[in-house]
Design a protein around this ligand. Structure first.
Ligand code: AMP
Ligand code: ZN
Length: 115
């Protein structure tokens, strides 16, 4: 996916600082943070979204990344929210699978949040 910004970031093309990296995923700060901690967990391979045949090992790496980011930032103690916006109604704007990890302040009691 030549024109995909998250493919480029995940490949290391921009020298982005990664909070976590393994063979399947990277985690880096959102450009426009919506909370004190706002990290995106992004597979290195391109999947459009969570219903694009994502392999189990990639999903496992995403979960590991969440755990690592939570421990590193301290939100493992205070709580956080994971969001995967999917498609038009989900408000997805970057069509490369990513999970938002938001925390560091109370996010309220809403069932959903648009990051
Ligand atoms: P979504 O609306 O769920 O598709 O979220 C896309 C997210 O990607 C938004 O929160 C943007 O702020 C973030 N974003 C877009 N471009 C970049 C970038 N170059 N680096 C980091 N985050 C980005
Ligand atoms: Zn991509």
């Amino acid at each position: 996916m030549e024109d995909c910004i998250f493919c480029k970031i995940a490949s290391g093309a921009f020298g982005t600082e990664f909070h976590y990296e393994d063979e399947n995923v990277v985690a880096f700060d959102d450009l426009h943070p919506q909370a004190p901690v706002h990290v995106l967990v992004v597979p290195k391979n391109h999947y459009a979204n969570i219903i694009d045949g994502v392999p189990a090992e990639v999903l496992a790496s995403m979960a590991k990344a969440v755990e690592a980011v939570a421990a590193k930032t301290g939100i493992d103690k205070t709580g956080f929210r994971c969001i995967m916006n999917t498609g038009a109604d989900g408000g997805q704007t970057v069509m490369h699978l990513h999970m938002h990890v938001l925390g560091g302040a109370s996010l309220g009691e809403g069932l959903i949040a648009k990051a």
